[in-house]
Design a protein around this ligand. Sequence first.
Ligand SMILES: Nc1ncnc2c1ncn2[C@@H]1O[C@H](COP(=O)(O)OP(=O)(O)O)[C@@H](O)[C@H]1O
Ligand SMILES: [Mg+2]
Length: 249
Amino acid sequence: MRFGGLTAVGDVSMRVHDGEIVGLIGPNGAGKTTFFNCLTGMYIPTEGRVTLAGEQLPPKPLKVVRAGMARTFQNIRLFGNMTALENVMVGRYCRTSSMALTSVLRGPKFRREESATRERAQELLDYVGLGKSTELLARNLPYGDQRRLEIARALATDPQILLLDEPTAGMNPKETEETMHLIFKIRDSGLAVVVIEHDMRFIFNLCDRVLCLVRGSVLVEGTPGEVQSDPRVIEAYIGGDDADEEEDA
Ligand SMILES: Nc1ncnc2c1ncn2[C@@H]1O[C@H](COP(=O)(O)OP(=O)(O)O)[C@@H](O)[C@H]1O
Ligand SMILES: [Mg+2]
């Protein structure tokens, strides 16, 4: 992915299997979020391709979601004035016909679908541990709960692969621990998961495999043990080169 003269993501290749958790680490500005944006059709990559279960995905967000790839965002993107339940229901609409004529006519088919959607959304809130927050407005939820709500909304699209962009940013240690168990549970249900995080303890305890990205390229790839003990990774973080230290939004 090039932006003018800047290659934000260069020679990056990643393959993820069902039931696998892959970590993506690297200093700020390394290209991690841009990589997710390319996978999910939010950016149209200058070169390269994305395939899911052998099918090439077009760079169109709705088509990508329907094909089975869902994500959360580094800077939370919820509908603040909608309830937790409604936010999850929105995720579900990519699988129902409710966006179409049925919702205008509000006939029996619409009502059946709507109540199934509501039920599934409630199940997912329970699943991520937000079962008691159903009717709260998203903007009034504590930060950690908003991150969990984004995961529930992503799961509502019935993905095969889930991309999480800094899922524990701003969480306390207890919430981080709970998030780790939630991700294990998601993996155990058969999904592939890719996680961007800066919390190294979290990443190395969670992932089967880790890639360290620096300036748009893969610096190191391996098991948590291999990546953890690689001096190049430490160097990349503590500024062995002119890594961008700025906090991103
Ligand atoms: N839409 C864009 N236009 C121009 N530059 C961008 C755009 N999106 C990201 N970048 C640049 O790409 C680089 C990688 O950013 P990002 O993917 O957000 O890094 P990370 O998530 O690893 O911190 C940065 O230099 C950033 O400024
Ligand atoms: Mg980022």
